[in-house]
Design a protein around this ligand. Structure first.
Ligand SMILES: Nc1nc2c(c(=O)[nH]1)N[C@H]1C(S)=C(S)[C@@H](COP(=O)(O)OP(=O)(O)OC[C@H]3O[C@@H](n4cnc5c(N)ncnc54)[C@H](O)[C@@H]3O)O[C@H]1N2
Ligand code: MOO
Length: 639
């Protein structure tokens, strides 16, 4: 058992779970939650605490399986098209589906195969074997048989079968109770007014919902400040009615990170630090005979900590197997480096491109919650593996169904807001259609298209030598004769993002050489940087004359943030980024943003909704209403 220290260890996840289990037992934590008897209809989602034996057979009597007549099979021997058998009234009985088979009869003939004569006889044109269309007693369930074992999580079909077998009440494990304790001086309740540095308590809401989804009851305490005494008090109090306490944040080595010390002080810390990322500094322990998890504060770490550590422990408390996700094999859309020594949980988008399932890694940061929001799957790069090559086959746990994934248009390349708008409009029209776009830059998108890893590459690459967009790069990367089409999505305004009111009265790129002006540039390879270079060249300005030319940011938003914070006076970017920060915008140029696809994809059913959307007037109006966009050429095939 590790002492509570700020130094976090790297225990493999499986070992951590085992060590924690032993520590829980040693601390007197109950192995299982208690048993309750509930009406059978209320037992869905609960886990059986005892075997369910059938006390009744189903059906409880031989019964007609079809609407028709009950007959004696022996009476029908020899019946055929050419020599029908006539059964006199009294030698058959009319029955409906589910009726008990009347005494003396052993088969049923469907109405459709019976001709009734004027005299009321039944004419049969085929012999029937004994027990045709008869459900025998106990066909489904026999009294005395074991219907379900202990430890089975009940589904709707299970409770129906239990009721058919005579159960009125079932003995099940009660729902485990999870108490969630948010901590941190900076944490504020959802809906609160925020001061600089404040963070909304999104984790409590998420963890409570995860717990409820796992079949538990969940309660969230008030937010506790970074004070070890206050945290200890709330923690002890929480253990009183909890089967598991989730103590959020303060798990790592910062000045206000008290979790491991608090848990060790009040009880025992079994593990502090696992070889899993995100989730590395997790604390696994027990206080007052109640299991406690110190959940790392970053949202992705918190969500995955629930999946990896809380969910199995809760399932164990109910005596059930942890829920598993279906898995599939996919090809990586790009290289995926990973540090050795940690299981790396990577969120991926998935799509079917040709005959391959393609996985595109989403941003890796433990604070990027939208990586989980957008994920179709999870890929674990095991601790012993240093990552994967582009195109390599990997195993992914699925978060969405494969047929839904199969109807996903995979767009890789430069990102633009219009793609998000298109994704939303496509989904609104048809809930089965998904447009998933990943941002790897324009060049990366063309490479992905070349390698068969996406359907659509979004590109706005300017060739500074010709002043032409996209096409020269398509020729260069995919070959001049490549079978690709280029469809114009929009024109968008690029301009100088400047402080509100444009205090320096900048008029355009020519003003960037002004003494004292602080420019902020985009990274090498970014289309926006190529545009600046092109504009400078057109004006005969040497980049060295622009002070700040070598200061790089990686996104439009980061450029705008630098201007908003007063760290720069101007940067080239799109209008939406300026608006996001309430900044001013001096238009410089309109650039086309194009969608590059394989020519055969133009006729592909998968992409048809996208082409239809681009032709819709209401969609074009929505795009132009965003500001900074023109749809004059939207949908035009430029190659
Ligand atoms: N020197 C080291 N620093 C860090 C380490 C380390 O090993 N050594 N580990 C890093 C890793 S990995 C993670 S994960 C985080 C874990 O952070 P803590 O559990 O200590 O949590 P805080 O530092 O208090 O907060 C992190 C982050 O999460 C936000 N947060 C906290 N509570 C909530 C909540 N209820 N809802 C939403 N967001 C929350 C908090 O404001 C911070 O932004 O530590 C690294 N550092
Ligand atoms: O382990 Mo932490 O969750 O990577 O950021």
């Amino acid at each position: 058992m590790s002492a509570a220290s700020p130094f976090v260890s790297d225990v493999p996840a499986a070992q951590a779970l085992a060590v924690w289990r032993e520590a829980r037992a040693a601390a007197g934590c109950p192995a299982r939650v208690g048993v309750v008897r509930v009406p059978v209809g209320d037992a869905v989602g609960r886990v059986t605490a005892e075997p369910v034996w059938a006390v009744r057979s189903s059906p409880a009597f031989d019964s007609a399986a079809m609407d028709g007549i009950a007959v004696r099979a022996a009476d029908t021997v020899g019946a055929s098209e050419t020599s029908p058998v006539l059964l006199a009234p009294g030698d058959f009985d009319v029955v409906d589906t589910g009726d008990p088979l009347p005494d003396g009869y052993d088969a049923v003939v469907m109405r459709e195969h019976v001709h009734r004569t004027q005299e009321g006889e039944a004419e049969l044109r085929a012999a029937v074997p004994p027990y045709q269309h008869v459900r025998s007693i106990g066909e489904d369930i026999s009294a005395g048989e074991l219907l379900l074992p202990e430890g089975h999580r009940l589904r709707p079909v299970d409770v129906a079968a239990c009721a058919a077998a005579g159960a009125v009440q079932l003995g099940v494990r009660r729902a485990p109770r999870v108490v969630i304790v948010p901590t941190g001086d900076e944490i504020r309740p959802i809906g609160a007014e925020l001061a600089p540095g404040d963070i909304l308590d999104t984790n409590s809401m998420m963890l409570a919902a995860q717990a409820r989804q796992a079949g538990c009851e969940a309660r969230v305490t008030a937010i506790v400040p970074d004070d070890p005494r206050a945290i200890t008090e709330v923690l002890r109090e929480a253990t009183r009615d909890a089967d598991l306490v989730l103590l959020i944040a303060g798990s790592s080595a910062g000045r206000d990170d008290y979790t491991s010390r608090v848990v060790a002080g009040a009880g025992v810390v079994a593990v502090h630090g696992v070889a899993v990322r995100p989730g590395h500094p997790v604390v696994l322990g027990a206080v007052e005979a109640t299991p406690v998890i110190g959940v790392p504060g970053y949202p992705v770490s918190a969500a995955l900590t629930f999946d990896i550590f809380a969910a199995p422990a809760l399932a164990e408390l109910e005596g059930a197997a942890p829920q598993e996700r279906p898995v599939a094999t996919a090809h990586l859309a790009r290289k995926l480096p990973s540090a050795i020594g940690m299981d790396d949980w990577v969120r991926v988008r998935l799509g079917q491109v040709g005959d391959r399932l393609v996985a595109t890694p989403l941003p890796r940061g433990a604070g990027v919650l939208t990586s989980l929001v957008r994920a179709d799957g999870l890929l674990v790069v095991p601790s012993g593996v240093e990552g994967h090559h582009a195109g390599e086959r990997v195993r992914v746990e699925l978060l969405r169904g494969l047929s839904e994934i199969g109807r996903t248009i995979v767009a890789i390349g430069s990102h633009d807001l219009v793609l998000d708008l298109a994704a939303s409009a496509l989904r609104a029209k048809d809930p089965l259609v998904t447009l998933a776009s990943s941002n790897v830059g324009s060049l990366g998108g063309l490479v992905a298209l070349r390698d068969g890893l996406c359907h659509v590459a979004g590109s706005h690459l300017l060739d500074p030598s010709t002043g032409e967009y996209t096409l020269p790069y398509v020729d260069r990367l995919l070959g001049a004769g490549a079978d690709v089409a280029v469809i114009r999505l929009v024109h968008r305004d690029q301009g100088l993002i400047v402080a509100p009111g444009n205090p320096l009265e900048l008029d355009g790129v020519k003003d960037l050489t002004r003494p004292g002006l602080r420019y902020v540039n985009r990274q090498r390879g970014a289309g926006t940087r190529a545009l600046l270079d092109h504009e400078l060249a057109g004006l005969g300005i040497d980049p060295a004359e622009v002070s700040g030319y070598s200061r790089e940011e990686h996104t439009h938003l980061a450029v705008a943030a630098a201007v908003a914070a007063g760290r720069a006076d101007a940067g080239l970017g799109i209008l939406a980024a300026a608006r996001a920060f309430g900044l001013d915008f001096v238009p410089v140029a309109q650039e086309p943003y194009d969608l590059v696809v394989r020519t055969d994809a133009l006729a592909d059913d998968l992409l048809a909704p996208l082409w239809e959307l681009l032709a819709r007037d209401d969609f074009r109006a929505q795009v132009e209403a965003l500001g900074g966009y023109s749809c004059a050429e939207t949908g035009r095939r430029v190659r």
